[in-house]
Design a protein around this ligand. Structure first.
Ligand SMILES: [Zn+2]
Length: 106
């Protein structure tokens, strides 16, 4: 098939490119500090978890997050907090992970 570049095709290509970019950003978010229980963000108290979680923009659309839930989770003996976030703009959900207390030397 010959490659056509009619406007509609271009639009589809743009949408695909955007979708690829957004999933790449989503994967990057998961690799950054706080994106997984293996790499929690350190906070001094649970009182700041929600404020800090809300200050992180949506990796897909850079919209603001709402904290849908804030739960205490114990994983492999480490007590963590999971902030379940929902983007106000695009409605996607993700979690941010926190560890409360002093940062431990690695
Ligand atoms: Zn969003």
């Amino acid at each position: 098939m010959a490659k056509k570049s009619r406007p509609r095709t271009k639009q589809r290509e743009a949408a695909r490119t955007l979708e690829k970019l957004q999933s790449a950003r989503e994967r990057l978010f998961a690799l950054e500090a706080g994106g997984s229980p293996d790499r929690p963000l350190h906070v001094v108290s649970s009182a700041v978890v929600e404020t800090q979680a809300e200050s992180v923009p949506c990796p897909r659309c850079e919209g603001k997050h709402d904290v849908a839930e804030h739960v205490a989770v114990t994983l492999r003996g480490t007590r963590l907090r999971e902030a379940r976030l929902r983007c106000r703009q695009c409605g996607t959900t993700r979690s941010l992970w926190f560890r409360i207390g002093d940062a431990l030397p690695n």
